[in-house]
Ligand binder design. Structure first.
Ligand code: 8YV
Length: 322
C-alpha cells in the first residue's frame, strides 16, 4: 500500500472528523488535547506532511522556515489566521487554508446573543438568581435597554458582518451602518456604508466587530474610538481580541464613556483582563463563536477537504496562501 500523507492534528476534533481524517491520512495527535508548545509545534512541522491547527497554535517563522521542515500545508480549523505567520508561509512556499462559510451563521448568532445579553442584562440577572439574591419581580428590577429598532454599527462587512447585518435588520428592525475596508462582494440590502470609522462610532447604539486581526486592525478600537461612542452605546466583539485595546476598554467602562460590552474574544486568551471580570456591565464568553456541534463538524470536514484536495493535486478551495 502506498504511504498515506502524515497529518499532525494539534487538538482533538469532533469524533466524526477524526474518523474521516483517519480514513485518509496517517494521523499524529496527542490523546490528552493539551495544546502543543512551541517546540512540539516545530517538531510537528518536521514530522508530518501537513499540520491541521487551531487558533491556539502559534505557527511561527520557526515552524515554517526551519530547514528540516517536512510539512507543505497548514490547514487551519477556523476562518481567522492571525495566529499563523502568513508572510513566512508565503516566503517558505507553505500552503495555508482556512474554513470560511461554515461558521458564518453561528458566529453571527453569537454576536446577536451578546448584543441581547449585554443590553438586557442577562448575565447580571443570572448571577443574581444563582446567588440567591433575587427578591422577586418588581417594576424597576434590572431594567435594560431595547435592541429592537436601534442603530447597529458593523466594522468589517465580510461574510459574518453581512450575516449579522441581515439578522439585525430583518429580525430586530435595526438601522444598520457599516464601515469596511473591503469592497462590497455583492448587494448589501439593508446596510448603509459609512465613509469613516469615526463617523460610524458617533452614530451607533451597538458596535459589532467583524474584521480580521491584522497589524492594521490591532487596537482599532482604543481610547480615542471609545470616546467617540455615546455613553449609552455598547461594544460587541466576536472577531479577535487584538482588535480592541482591552485596557482602554476597561478605562472607558470605568469612566462611564460607554454602557457595556459583550465579548467572546480577548487579547490574551484564555487570560481575561481583571478589570473586565469585576464589571457587571460586561458579558464574557469563552470564544464560543463557532461552538456548535454542527459547525465544529463542518469546520473539520472543510479542513479535511482542503487537505485531501492538496494531496491529490486538485484545486484547494480555501487557500489563504498558495
Ligand atoms: C474557531 C474562530 O473556533 O474561526 C475562527 O476564526 O474564531 C473560531 O470560530 C477557532 O478559530 C478555532 O480554531
Amino acid at each position: 500500500m502506498s504511504a498515506r500523507p502524515v497529518v499532525w492534528v494539534t487538538r482533538r476534533l469532533p469524533a466524526a472528523v477524526e474518523q474521516a481524517l483517519h480514513e485518509h491520512f496517517e494521523i499524529r495527535q496527542r490523546e490528552d488535547d493539551a495544546p502543543l508548545d512551541a517546540d512540539a509545534l516545530a517538531q510537528a512541522f518536521r514530522e508530518a506532511d501537513a499540520v491541521l491547527c487551531t487558533v491556539t497554535d502559534r505557527i511561527s517563522p520557526a515552524c515554517l522556515t526551519q530547514p528540516q521542515r517536512r510539512a507543505r500545508i497548514v490547514a487551519n480549523f477556523g476562518v481567522g489566521v492571525n495566529h499563523i505567520d502568513v508572510a513566512s508561509a508565503r516566503a517558505a512556499g507553505v500552503t495555508v487554508t482556512n474554513t470560511p462559510d461554515v461558521l458564518t451563521d453561528d458566529t453571527a448568532d453569537l454576536a446577536i446573543l451578546l448584543m441581547l445579553a449585554t443590553l438586557r442584562r442577562a448575565g447580571e440577572g443570572e448571577r443574581e438568581l444563582r446567588a440567591g439574591r433575587w427578591a422577586g419581580w418588581r417594576p424597576t428590577h434590572l431594567l435594560g435597554t431595547r435592541l429592537t429598532g436601534k442603530t447597529l454599527g458593523i466594522v468589517g462587512l465580510g461574510r459574518i458582518g453581512m450575516a449579522v447585518a441581515q439578522r439585525a435588520s430583518a429580525g430586530f428592525g435595526m438601522r444598520v451602518l457599516a464601515w469596511s475596508r473591503s469592497a462590497p462582494r455583492g448587494p448589501e440590502p439593508g446596510v448603509e456604508r459609512v465613509a469613516t470609522l469615526d463617523a460610524l462610532l458617533a452614530q451607533v447604539d451597538v458596535l459589532s466587530l467583524h474584521c480580521p486581526a491584522t497589524p492594521d486592525t490591532k487596537h482599532l478600537i482604543a481610547a480615542p474610538q471609545l470616546a467617540l461612542m455615546g455613553r449609552h452605546a455598547v461594544l460587541v466583539n466576536t472577531a479577535r481580541g487584538d482588535v480592541v485595546d482591552e485596557a482602554a476598554l476597561v478605562a472607558a467602562l470605568e469612566a462611564g464613556q460607554i454602557a457595556g460590552a459583550g465579548l467572546d474574544v480577548f487579547e490574551r486568551e484564555p487570560v481575561v483582563h481583571p478589570g473586565l471580570l469585576r464589571r457587571d456591565d460586561v458579558v464574557l464568553l469563552p470564544h464560543l463563536g463557532s461552538a456548535t456541534r454542527e459547525t465544529r463538524e463542518a469546520m473539520g470536514m472543510r479542513a479535511l477537504a482542503n487537505l485531501t484536495a492538496f494531496f491529490r493535486g486538485e484545486a484547494v478551495r480555501d487557500r489563504v496562501v498558495s
